[in-house]
Design a protein around this ligand. Structure first.
Ligand SMILES: Cc1cc2nc3c(=O)[nH]c(=O)nc-3n(C[C@H](O)[C@H](O)[C@H](O)COP(=O)(O)O)c2cc1C
Length: 358
């Protein structure tokens, strides 16, 4: 049976720009994916983002060795919301034995899909020849993908960069290997590992992967609004889009991208009251999920992001960072956000800001 997932409805003007696709028993009607971001897209933030029209969520990356060690923190990272579906749990690792174990663990934790990370550029991860370092060893890619696809019943998906560096770009070959190994959806961040987050993502390279395979390809990298999502789709021909940094402090950008890909009227910007309601809700979810210590640490990251581009943001951010106590943090934030005038944007959209800041 195929499960149809619908998201926030709004005024439909014509046919969607993207028709969606089927993944296992799930119909991805809105091919808008929230990017996995370590330390950011935990359960509380995914819950907030889903309200803005995301069609698929992915957990933060979970190292297969961490699964083996069975830490409590790892369990919390794999926790899914009661009604969070479709959702992928993302795992990483280069040793088939451990990756298989992690994939089975993810399936047992309720993942609709197991996503394998071969895009992480972080040195610590690459040193263990995992993340994007694996792209340099195509035989290893084949071994790991074959092992995982054979180990679980749910569809296995893959997230990659376009290669290790400019000279050794192999996005088309990796895409073909993935399809041959039974991967059912491929996400391409249009940068090499060497680029880290510099320059602009190559949406043309995403298009090369798309042309090489018949499985759905999700384009990722530098979407900051509805217009950039449309342009990525036009340039690459991708089947879906994934949004990452632009969502930090600005989940409303997802409603914009949703409207763009569904050919619907653009939503209006949030009023100050709506903005505070979302910030407050996010903070309550953080507190309930992580406890006060971690929630307080995470608030120091999220709350300043929510203020980016708004009047008095710089002063607010520096005063906010002086508070470490949860109650004080919430009071200071409430005073700032509820005193904002409508149309309080000072420096342009927060999404563009975040891309520059990352
Ligand atoms: C702070 C941060 C953490 C990230 N963590 C992950 C991760 O756990 N797994 C993953 O596949 N990609 C991770 N990424 C990469 C994003 O998923 C995405 O590919 C990248 O940010 C490009 O998309 P964007 O331009 O929309 O941000 C991370 C990116 C950032 C900025």
């Amino acid at each position: 049976m195929i499960t149809e997932h619908t998201t926030t409805p709004s005024l439909r003007m014509s046919q969607p720009l993207l028709p969606g696709f089927t993944l296992g028993r799930h119909r991805i009607a809105v091919p808008l994916v929230l990017a996995p971001m370590a330390g950011i897209t935990d359960l509380p933030f995914r819950r907030v983002c889903r309200r803005f029209g995301v069609g698929l969520t992915v957990t933060e990356m979970i190292a297969s060795r961490a699964v083996e060690q069975g830490r409590e923190r790892t369990e919390r990272m794999a926790e899914l919301d009661k009604d969070e579906s479709p959702v992928a749990i993302q795992i990483a690792g280069a040793e088939p034995k451990f990756v298989i174990e992690a994939a089975r663990w993810a399936e047992a934790h309720g993942a609709d899909f197991v996503d394998i990370n071969m895009g992480c550029p972080v040195k610590k991860v690459c040193k263990q020849v995992a993340g994007s370092a694996m792209l340099r060893d195509e035989a290893l890619v084949t071994r790991v993908l074959t092992a995982v696809v054979g180990a679980v019943d749910v569809p296995v998906t893959l997230k990659i960069r376009t290669g290790w560096d400019d000279k050794s770009k192999n996005v088309e070959r990796i895409a073909r290997i993935a399809e041959d190994c039974g991967i059912q959806m491929l996400t391409v961040h249009g940068r090499t590992r060497a680029q880290m987050f510099n320059g602009h993502a190559s949406w043309e390279d995403i298009g090369r992967a798309k042309a090489a395979v018949s499985i759905p390809v999700i384009g990722n990298g530098d979407i900051i609004d509805g217009a950039s999502a449309r342009e990525m789709i036009r340039v690459s021909g991708c089947d879906g889009v994934m949004v990452g940094r632009a969502v930090q402090g600005n989940p409303w950008v997802l409603a914009e991208v949703h409207a763009a890909i569904m050919n619907e009227a653009q939503p209006s910007a949030p009023t100050p009251a709506e903005r505070w309601a979302v910030v407050h809700e996010h903070m309550q979810h953080l507190l309930a999920h992580h406890g006060v210590r971690t929630a307080s640490k995470l608030a120091r990251k999220h709350i300043p992001w929510y203020s980016k581009g708004l009047h008095g943001s710089a002063e607010f951010r520096s005063s906010f960072q002086r508070h470490a106590d949860w109650r004080e943090q919430m009071q200071v934030a409430e005073v700032y956000f509820t005193a904002l005038e409508p149309d309080a944007e000072a420096d342009g959209p927060a999404g563009a800001d975040m891309i520059r800041a990352a």
